[in-house]
Design a protein around this ligand. Structure first.
Ligand code: GLU
Length: 311
């Protein structure tokens, strides 16, 4: 586990994508990040990742916020909406282009698939437009130049993770052909802008972390601490049923869902059912221990294949 300086100012966050209602998996991510922040007497920020309007479900952002409120989560400061942060992403892309750390690409998905090797996250871009847009093509997306350097990250729950981006991922897209900035870029810009020191989220995002670490390095941004929470198994290692994991949580019975989530994170449960949300949170914050969260877990196959755990 990395050493934590208990005196540093802690700022955590929860960053849901409004592509549906809050479900059990996102409640677990919200709770893990919230409890870790509050137990460090830190702040907890909310960011609505509504960057990709094609994935947004109407009303989902509002419903997520309402549900979080009904569960008694209290966030600090204004909610950040990625849909309003376009200028910051454009500026970062321009800086990378000017430094020749990124380049315009004219290849379509089909053209790439014809020539590319397949990596854990799909086709590894073969570098066709690295030296300039290939003849007869026009600019579609912007890609960041990757190198063979090994990126190593110490995740508080998953241990050491390493990846060679050029071999395992390839030059990845930071601005998509449809004009939207990519999640990998936006998340890095916003975590830095919001002063996030600790990122606690689901293990499905573990395989994105080396790309984010790399972008932080290129853009000279600080690296937060990372902890990736388990998915899909409960504290006894039993696989959760799909319905249970994916079902929207019931804001009408918040304490029940909160206790389930706390149990999932392998935290001690209160001796009696708390009679209020305040009582629940007081117990949960006082008794929170990130070290108790199971780290050995079922990493989805897509994340596991391109990550080499050095543990
Ligand atoms: N918006 C992402 C999601 O809902 C989370 C991003 C992050 O925590 O970095 O899965």
């Amino acid at each position: 586990m990395p050493d934590h300086d208990e005196n540093r100012h802690y700022r955590g966050r929860f960053a849901p994508t409004p592509s549906g209602e809050l479900h059990f998996g996102s409640l677990v991510a919200a709770m893990g990040s919230y409890l870790d922040a509050r137990s460090h007497r830190g702040e907890w920020c909310l960011r609505m990742e509504d960057l990709d309007r094609t994935r947004e479900v109407k009303g989902a952002a509002k419903s997520i916020l309402l549900t979080l409120e009904k569960f008694g989560f209290q966030w600090d400061g204004e909610i950040v909406y990625q849909s309003q942060r376009n200028a910051a992403y454009t500026d970062a892309v321009d800086r990378l282009l000017a430094a020749r750390l990124a380049y315009p690409c004219g290849c379509s998905r089909k053209q790439i698939e014809k020539r590319a090797d397949s990596g854990a996250e799909g086709a590894i871009y073969p570098g066709t437009c690295r030296g300039g847009i290939a003849n007869g093509r026009t600019e579609r997306s912007i890609r960041v130049l990757t190198t063979g350097q090994t990126i190593t990250i110490e995740d508080s729950l998953q241990g050491l993770i390493s990846q060679r981006l050029n071999r395992e991922i390839g030059d990845f897209v930071i601005r998509r052909a449809d004009g939207y900035h990519a999640y990998q870029l936006a998340v890095v810009i916003d975590d830095a802008w919001q002063g996030i020191t600790d990122v606690i989220r689901g293990v499905d995002l573990l395989s994105s972390t080396p790309r984010q670490h790399y972008l932080q390095r290129l853009l000279k941004l600080p690296h937060p601490e990372y902890a990736h929470l388990p998915l899909a198994v409960d504290d006894r290692g039993r696989k959760l049923s799909k319905q249970y994991k994916d079902a929207p949580v019931d804001p009408a019975r918040p304490i029940e869902s909160l206790l389930h989530a706390l149990n999932f994170l392998n935290q001690p449960l209160p001796p009696q059912c708390p009679d209020s949300l305040e009582a629940f949170w007081e117990w949960a914050v006082t008794n929170w221990s990130l070290a108790k969260v199971p780290g050995h877990l079922q990493i989805p196959a897509a994340s596991r294949r391109n990550l080499k755990s050095l543990r």
